[in-house]
Design a protein around this ligand. Structure first.
Ligand code: ACM
Length: 539
């Protein structure tokens, strides 16, 4: 009977959840026995993985109270953790790894260092959850169960976004967020740095962007029920702001790089740019002195399409390129109402001169200019799916579309030969409510996105054929912060939904199983608690 049950469990593809590795590895086989970590254990690395060896030693030190030696050779060590790249493992790709835990030896092998890093992240999860503590824990025996894992991600783009404009997030939290991304084997941090409510990145050539644009007088309180009736809006009269210096940015980028995470900066244009226009009114269409916005929504103040505004955007991006090694540079492009361009002689003259037919075509022309400018510097523009609204003509072939208003933008772009990242509100917007019992949830923008729906997401739309499907780089979770004003609030909205999305992005589709996931999540919550993550419990 017990054997039959075991067989049924195997047949259902249910993993031994006691290990609770998240995201679930592609292949995992339990062995017998355990590896015992001791102060005399040596981390043995090759040159390519030496830094990862130091990182492992650093990570184990606070909770165990001892620092493992990191060396190029095992010497006389009785127990070793061996890290090494192996050119013979090309089948594991850029990010896959093999992890073997047996007796007195742990080995992690991968084709590339990134894979070794992910092997180390898995190893941390195989240790008791207390390994994530920041100070020595008494009475824990640090064992790792014998196991054989061969693992690689399904998608190359496994992302998490963070809006730091609506609510400024301190650099320390940004680094914590990056640590949490790495723990879940996510590899893209989409940093939403500019918007109507605040410009958050120091640009040396335009100091007013931060001295004026990073600060607002007040913020809307509660829900903005009506755009039309502004008399209903209530403000807190508390100034809000902040920005990252270029040194801060370099620190965050280096921090992420050490965790094999690419930081994709987003500089919004032409919409969601009121903070920039407040700093430099000549960027706008009306000449009016505007304020950095203290309420939310889609604002009609957008950048003008003049040569000087285009040069401004290129100047900003020049400094951005020097700070961010990312191949992808996000230029926003969403929610840019065209009313001001409709009544602007300058914009209308541009449309006429260029032989365009609409304001949407003008936005597409602008996007095309920026995409070519970036391509000429070896980078790719990435933008929200509105960049397709005026057609794809002139768009650099390497431009990437982030499909958020459903999946149609992603399908159209993939069919036209562009790479896409699937970020539909229906499955990846973590600013949506987590249950329909709103009284029990913190204030959110609206919507309803339960954990199951995130977990059930299939990033490759069925409409794509097998060649087009390869254009789907992956998926990413979004957290907009109009209503998530503090890091703790952000954590509550993001976890565990981002954990579910990490498994969507990493684990082979056929191995995804929601009840198996939630069983592992129960233990994973212990890790998140140790890490002081304000996750939302399952209720
Ligand atoms: C977006 O949510 N406006 C991209």
């Amino acid at each position: 009977m017990i054997n039959l049950l075991a067989l049924l469990v195997l047949a259902a593809g249910v993993q031994d959840t006691t290990l609770a590795v998240i995201p679930r590895p592609a292949q995992l086989t339990r062995g017998t026995g355990t590896f015992l970590l001791t102060p005399a254990t040596v981390v043995v690395t090759d040159r390519a993985t030496r830094q990862i060896g130091y990182q492992l030693s650093d990570w184990l030190q606070p909770a165990t109270g001892y620092r493992l030696a990191v060396s190029g050779a095992a010497g006389t060590a009785a127990r070793t953790i061996s890290l090494r790249v192996d050119p013979a493992l090309s089948r594991l790709g850029e990010e896959g790894y093999r992890l073997t835990v047996a007796g007195t030896r742990i080995t992690i092998r991968a084709f590339r260092p990134a894979g070794v890093f992910y092997g180390v992240e898995t190893l941390r999860q195989l240790l008791p959850p207390d390994v994530f503590r920041a100070a020595p824990v008494a009475g824990v025996v640090w064992t790792v169960p014998a196991v054989e894992i061969e693992d690689m991600p399904r998608f190359p783009w496994r992302g998490a976004h963070l809006d730091v404009s609506r609510s400024f997030m301190p650099k320390e939290f940004v680094k914590k967020y990056i640590d949490l991304l790495a723990l879940h084997k996510l590899n893209r941090f989409h940093w939403h740095l500019t918007d109507d409510q605040g410009w958050r990145i120091e640009i040396k050539k335009y100091p007013l962007l931060t001295s004026i644009g990073a600060w607002r007088r007040n913020s809307l309180v509660g829900v903005q029920r009506s755009y039309a009736d502004t008399t209903q809006w209530v403000y807190d009269n508390v100034p809000h702001g902040g920005f990252y210096t270029q040194d801060d940015i370099r620190e965050v980028v280096a921090y992420a790089t050490a965790r094999f995470i690419t930081v994709v900066p987003e500089i919004e244009m032409p919409g969601h740019a009121q903070a920039a226009i407040a700093a430099y009114p000549w960027l706008g269409n009306t000449g009016q002195q505007l304020e950095v916005l203290g309420h939310w929504g889609v604002d009609e103040n957008i950048l003008n399409p003049s040569d000087s505004a285009i040069h401004f955007m290129q100047d900003v991006l020049t400094e951005v390129l020097a700070l961010f090694p990312s191949h992808w540079i996000h230029t926003g492009g969403d929610e840019a109402p065209k009313r001001q361009w409709q009544s602007s002689p300058l914009a209308q003259e541009r449309i006429r001169q260029l032989g365009l037919h609409s304001e949407n075509e003008l936005q597409s022309w602008l996007t095309a200019q920026m995409s070519q400018w970036l391509a000429g510097r070896g980078r790719s523009l990435i933008g929200w799916d509105e960049i397709l609204e005026g057609g794809m003509e002139g768009l650099a072939p390497n431009a990437v579309v982030m499909s958020w208003r459903g999946i149609d933008g992603g399908i159209a772009a993939a069919q036209a030969g562009h790479d896409v990242v699937m970020t539909p509100t229906s499955n990846t917007y973590f600013d949506y409510y987590q249950s329909q019992d709103l009284a029990k949830e913190p204030l959110a923008i609206g919507g309803f996105l339960p954990l199951e729906t995130v977990y059930a997401y299939e990033p490759v739309p069925p409409a794509l054929d097998s060649v087009q499907a390869k254009r789907v780089l992956g998926t990413q979770g979004q957290i907009w912060t109009e209503y998530q004003r503090t890091p703790k609030n952000v954590e509550f909205m993001v976890f565990p939904r981002l954990v579910a999305l990490a498994e969507v992005a990493w684990t082979p589709r056929e191995l995804r199983n929601f009840s198996d996931f939630t069983a592992r999540l129960a233990k994973h919550f212990t890790r998140l608690s140790v890490l002081d993550v304000n996750y939302r419990p399952l209720r």
